[in-house]
Design a protein around this ligand. Structure first.
Ligand code: SAM
Length: 293
């Protein structure tokens, strides 16, 4: 591990690791940011106002936490960290600061209760995190699907995951994750991040992605659950054409003639692959299948 002692504090240092007798955990996705430029890019993407409320998942040694606090005035910062050892460090490093540390597994947070208990309903909330990569998708999808009223998300994720989230129709990155993320939010890749800005270095490149919560969905659906079943069916069978993909899907029982009629009504070639369809087209198709099924 290439640990220096002179990186921006707070942040991971050899002294801190020695002092608190910490060995970093791969299992918890502990790759710490040690580049102030990248930290500033993340924080700038959050466009944090003095009175915003910010939630950070996985503050670690607090390098991003510190940069967020520098932008906040009256607003509050909640930092959710699972690792008890790091919570101890944070309590020491930020003891005089306006930081609310929550020693919990983020997957156990009931977001509706969390916002209620912390008096955050109807306030501007931003969620900013260098996420532990082993649970990136469940964290993000959990928040989006539960329609938690968070206005903006800025995440450091694996580059490949960011590309899938922001993908346009037609390419190999476009799939269920793109549709789900883009139904609930508008994603934008802010910056591609090389692995050398972390200690220890992860095996993959990373990217900062910003998700702005959609106030209106990009397509009006008759039934959201049904739409996501159709999306799954289309992308489970992504090499099949849409007619075969939908009529032979394992997760949903659709009549072949119904599929053909709906494709016809939309003027779509039945040989087209589902991955070529926009979110609006898939939405429209799912509405027709739902209403006529
Ligand atoms: N924010 C720090 C930084 O950028 O240097 C640390 C980021 S590191 C990629 C991920 C952090 O998430 C670690 O501090 C890790 O202990 C914490 N973490 C891992 N799994 C977690 C979970 N399930 N709930 C809350 N925090 C978790």
């Amino acid at each position: 591990m290439d640990l220096q002692n002179n990186i921006a504090t707070p942040g991971v240092t050899k002294e801190l690791l020695d002092k608190y007798n910490i060995r970093l955990s791969k299992r918890l996705g502990q790759n710490f940011l040690v580049d102030r430029n990248i930290i500033d890019i993340i924080v700038a993407a959050g466009d944090i106002g003095q009175n915003d409320n910010v939630i950070e998942i996985g503050p670690g040694f607090g390098s991003l936490t510190q940069a967020i606090l520098e932008r906040l005035g009256e607003g509050r910062l909640f930092a959710i960290e699972k690792d008890d050892r790091l919570v101890k460090v944070l309590l020491d490093l930020f003891k005089d600061k306006q930081l609310e540390i929550i020693n919990k597994d983020v997957m156990d947070i009931d977001w509706t209760n969390f916002l209620k208990e912390n008096n955050l309903l109807n306030k501007t909330i931003k969620l900013i995190a260098n996420l532990p990569y082993y649970i990136t998708t469940p964290i993000i999808m959990g928040l989006l699907e539960a329609k938690v009223p968070i206005d903006r998300y800025v995440f450091m994720v694996q580059k490949e995951v960011a590309e899938r989230m922001a993908a346009d129709p037609g390419g190999k990155e476009y799939g269920s994750l793109s549709i789900a993320v883009q139904y609930f939010s508008s994603p934008e890749i802010v910056h591609i991040v090389p692995s050398n800005v972390f200690i220890p270095r992860p095996a993959v490149d990373s990217a900062v992605i910003k998700l702005e919560r959609n106030i209106e969905p990009p397509v009006l659906l008759e039934n959201e659950d049904f739409f996501f079943q159709i999306v799954r069916a289309i992308f489970q069978q992504r090499r099949k054409n849409i007619k075969n993909g939908l009529s032979k899907a394992a997760n949903i029982d659709l009549d072949k003639d119904l599929v053909l009629n709906c494709l016809d009504e939309m003027g779509l070639d039945k040989r087209i692959r589902g991955e070529k369809l926009s979110i609006q087209q898939i939405g429209q198709l799912s509405n027709l299948l739902y209403l006529n099924g």
